[in-house]
Design a protein around this ligand. Structure first.
Ligand SMILES: Cc1ncc(COP(=O)(O)O)c(C=O)c1O
Length: 620
C-alpha cells in the first residue's frame, strides 16, 4: 500500500495528497512542491519556513466557535476571551499575521517578559486583553501601569506576594503624580494540587515554579483589601502544563480553581469575574494510529470547562465567570511548515553496480550472489536466513585474514540487497524479525537544515513532528529512513524508529530534487531553536491567498548571511572584513588581478546565507 504518512491523523484537513504531491487544502490547493520551487527559482536555497496565515485564522475561529457553542449549549452567561502567549512564537511575521487574522475576535496577547510586553503593548488593539505573567520587577510592573494609562485592557498576574507589594508601591507613585491614573487589573496565579500530564506537566502541581499557595492567596487577599485594590482584582489564573494529552487532569484543575474563585468571590472579592485556564490544549503530532497523543477533542475540552464553571457557580450562588484561555500551541503549531532539501543519500554504495565480484570468488560469496539472483517470493524467508548466516561466517573469515576487503565489501552489498528485497517481497510489517532487520538497511538522508535550529523539541525531548516527502506520493517508498542534518553533531539525527517508521524514496538527488516537509513546527520551535554550529533561522515566507484563490509569496525574510551571523555573535564585522582584505592583499601567492577576483568571490560568498549551496555536483 502507498504510504499516506498519517495525514489523516495529524493534518486536520489542512493538507491533502493530490496525485503525487502534498497540497495545501485551501482555495487553489497549490502543492508544497510548486511553492518551494518558486521560492528556490528566485535564488533562495537552503531550508524554507512557509507560514500560512489562513491556518492561524482557522485555529482562532475554531477555538472561539467551540467555546461559544459550549456556552450556548449550557446556557452560560460569562464571556469567552482569549490571548496568545507570546512565548510560543514572537516572530514578527507570525505576530503581524496573527493580529491581522484575529481582528474580529477581540483577541489579545500574553507577555512573560519586558520585551514580550513591548510587543503586546504595540500590537494588541486597544480594548483587547493583555495578560502579563511570569516574574516581574518594579520596571515591568511600571510598564503595565504605563500601558493601562495608554488605554490598554491589561491584567498583571501576581506570581508571588513580593510582586503584589511592588504593585502597591508603583500604584502609590503613579497616584502621587496623577490622581486619576488608571490602575491595571490584577490577577492571581494559583498553585494547584493538580498538574498536567506528559513532559511539560511541571508547570502545574504543588511544587511548580509559579503561583500562590492557599496561605499566600489569603495573605494576598488581605493585602489587596487593605490597600483598597479589591476593585482591581478580577482574574484568577492557572496553567497545568503544555500539550496536555489527557482531559482528566484539566477537570480536576477546573474544580480546584473554580472553588478557589468562588471562595474569594464570596469572601468579598466582588470584582472577581474571570477564570484564566492558561494553555495546555494539545495537538496531534502522531503519524501512526498506535502513537496517538490525544484522548480528547476541542469539543470535549470546551464542554468540560464551561460545564464545571457553570456547576460551581450554581452551587456557590455566584455569577458565572468569564473564561479566559492562553492557548498557544493549538493556535500556532499548524501554521508553519518547514521544507528541507535532501542533499545526499548515504548508502548508495549498497547498490548492485558497486559490487566488485572477481573472476574467482570465495565459495560463500558465490553462494550469496546466487541467493541474490534467484531470490523470489516463495524462497525469500529461507534465502534471507541463509544470507544472514553467510554474512556472519564471511565476517569471521575476514577477521581471520582469509578473505580480503573486496570480498568483505561484496558481502555487505549482497546481504544488504537481499534484506531489502526480502522485506519488499514479504511486506514490511509481516514479522518482528523483518521489522528489526529494517535497521540494518536504513538509508541515511542528509538534509539541508539543522535539527537544533528548526526542531529543538525533537533534540531535547524527542517530540515527534510529522514528516514526509512533498512529491512522488504515487510511488511506494521502501527505504527505512534516518534523517541527518548538516550540523557537525551526531545528535543532529532522527534515527529510523520501528515504532514510528519513516519510509522514503530511492532517489538520485544529482538528477532529481527531493524535499522533506516537517509539519506542526509553528509553536515553540522557532524561538527555542539554537544557533548550534552557527546555522540560523531558515528563510521564511508568508503564503497568502487572494479572493480568486491564487496564492502569493509575501514578506520573504532570507536566512542571515554569514557576516550577519558573526555580527550577532558580537564579532566586529568591520574588523573581520578588514582582516580578510589584508590577508588577500598581503598574500604572495597571487598577482593583483587574481587577488581582485578572489576578493569578489569572497564578497559574494559572505553575502549568502549560511546553509549549504552545493554538495558534490548539485546545487541546493
Ligand atoms: C502561563 C502560560 N500560559 C499559556 C501557555 C501556553 O501553553 P500552550 O502552548 O500549551 O497552549 C504557557 C506555556 O507554557 C504558559 O506557561
Amino acid at each position: 500500500m502507498i504510504d499516506n504518512y498519517g495525514i489523516n491523523i495529524w493534518a486536520d484537513d489542512n493538507f491533502i495528497i493530490k496525485n503525487n504531491t502534498i497540497n495545501v487544502n485551501y482555495k487553489s490547493q497549490p502543492s508544497l512542491l510548486e511553492i518551494t520551487k518558486q521560492i528556490r527559482n528566485d535564488g533562495y536555497k537552503g531550508p524554507l519556513l512557509l507560514r500560512f496565515p489562513h491556518l492561524i485564522k482557522k485555529q482562532i475561529s475554531t477555538l472561539y466557535n467551540e467555546f461559544n457553542r459550549a456556552k450556548k449549549e449550557f446556557d452560560y452567561t460569562g464571556r469567552f476571551q482569549a490571548v496568545f502567549p507570546l512565548k510560543v512564537n514572537q516572530f514578527p511575521n507570525f505576530i503581524s499575521a496573527l493580529m491581522e487574522v484575529s481582528k474580529e475576535f477581540n483577541y489579545g496577547l500574553e507577555a512573560g517578559s519586558k520585551a514580550e510586553l513591548l510587543i503586546a503593548i504595540t500590537h494588541t488593539p486597544i480594548g483587547a486583553p493583555i495578560t502579563v505573567n511570569g516574574f516581574k520587577d518594579k520596571e515591568m510592573i511600571s510598564l503595565c501601569f504605563i500601558a493601562a494609562n495608554m488605554g490598554h485592557n491589561i491584567t498583571i498576574t501576581i506570581e508571588g506576594l513580593g510582586e503584589l507589594e511592588t504593585i502597591i508601591e508603583v500604584n502609590n507613585e503613579f497616584n502621587k503624580e496623577n490622581k486619576t491614573a488608571i490602575i491595571p487589573k490584577i490577577g492571581v496565579r494559583i498553585r494547584l494540587h493538580s498538574s498536567g500530564i506528559g513532559v511539560w506537566a511541571k508547570s502545574g502541581g504543588y511544587s511548580s515554579k509559579f503561583g500562590l499557595s492557599s496561605t499566600e492567596l489569603l495573605d494576598a487577599y488581605d493585602l489587596i483589601k487593605k490597600h483598597n485594590l479589591l476593585k482591581q482584582l478580577w482574574m484568577i489564573h492557572f496553567h497545568i502544563g503544555s500539550q496536555m494529552s489527557e482531559i482528566a487532569p484539566l477537570k480536576k484543575a477546573l474544580r480546584e480553581a473554580g472553588n478557589i474563585y468562588a471562595d474569594l468571590k464570596n469572601r468579598g472579592a466582588t470584582a472577581l469575574n474571570a477564570v484564566n485556564i492558561g494553555g495546555g490544549l494539545a495537538i496531534e503530532y502522531a503519524q501512526h494510529e498506535e502513537n496517538k497523543e490525544l484522548n480528547y477533542s476541542l469539543k470535549e475540552f470546551s464542554n468540560d470547562v464551561v460545564f464545571v464553571m457553570k456547576e460551581i457557580s450554581k452551587n456557590k450562588g455566584i455569577k458565572e465567570p468569564d473564561i479566559f484561555t492562553e492557548s498557544g500551541r493549538f493556535i500556532a503549531a499548524s501554521h508553519a511548515v518547514l521544507i528541507a532539501p535532501v542533499l545526499e543519500l548515504f548508502s548508495q554504495d549498497y547498490h548492485e553496480k558497486s559490487l566488485r565480484l572477481k573472476k574467482e570468488n570465495p565459495p560463500l560469496i558465490r553462494e550469496l550472489n546466487e541467493l541474490w539472483t534467484s531470490l523470489n517470493y516463495t524462497n525469500a524467508r529461507e534465502y534471507l536466513h541463509d544470507a544472514l548466516d553467510h554474512m556472519e561466517s564471511l565476517l569471521t573469515l575476514f577477521d581471520l585474514g582469509y578473505i580480503d576487503l573486496e570480498d568483505r565489501s561484496n558481502t555487505e552489498i549482497l546481504v544488504n540487497l537481499i534484506i531489502k528485497k526480502s522485506i519488499l517481497l514479504l511486506d514490511n510489517n509481516s514479522s518482528n524479525e523483518l521489522k528489526k532487520l529494517q535497521n540494518k538497511i536504513q538509508e541515511r538522508y542528509l538534509l539541508n537544515f539543522s535539527i537544533f535550529q528548526s526542531l529543538p523539541d525533537f533534540w531535547g525531548l524527542e517530540q515527534h513532528f510529522p514528516m514526509m516527502p512533498i512529491d512522488k506520493l504515487n510511488i511506494k517508498a521502501n527505504n527505512p529512513a534516518t534523517i541527518w542534518d548538516i550540523t557537525c553533531d551526531s545528535d543532529g539525527e532522527i534515527t529510523f524508529n520501528n515504532h514510528a517508521p519513516l519510509y522514503l524514496h530511492n532517489v538520485d538527488v544529482s538528477k532529481d530534487e527531493y524535499f522533506l516537509a516537517f509539519f506542526l513546527t509553528g509553536a515553540y520551535q522557532e524561538v527555542l531553536g539554537m544557533k548550534h554550529n552557527l546555522f540560523t533561522h531558515p528563510t521564511e515566507v508568508i503564503i497568502k491567498f487572494d479572493k480568486e484563490g491564487h496564492y502569493a509569496i509575501d514578506e520573504l525574510i532570507e536566512s542571515q548571511n554569514i557576516m550577519d551571523v558573526l555580527d550577532e555573535m558580537n564579532y566586529d564585522k568591520i574588523h573581520l572584513n578588514k582582516k580578510l582584505k589584508s590577508l588577500i592583499g598581503t598574500s604572495r601567492l597571487m598577482n593583483k588581478k587574481e587577488k581582485n577576483k578572489l576578493q569578489n568571490k569572497l564578497d559574494f560568498y559572505l553575502s549568502e546565507n549560511s546553509y549549504l549551496k552545493t554538495v558534490l555536483t548539485n546545487s541546493y
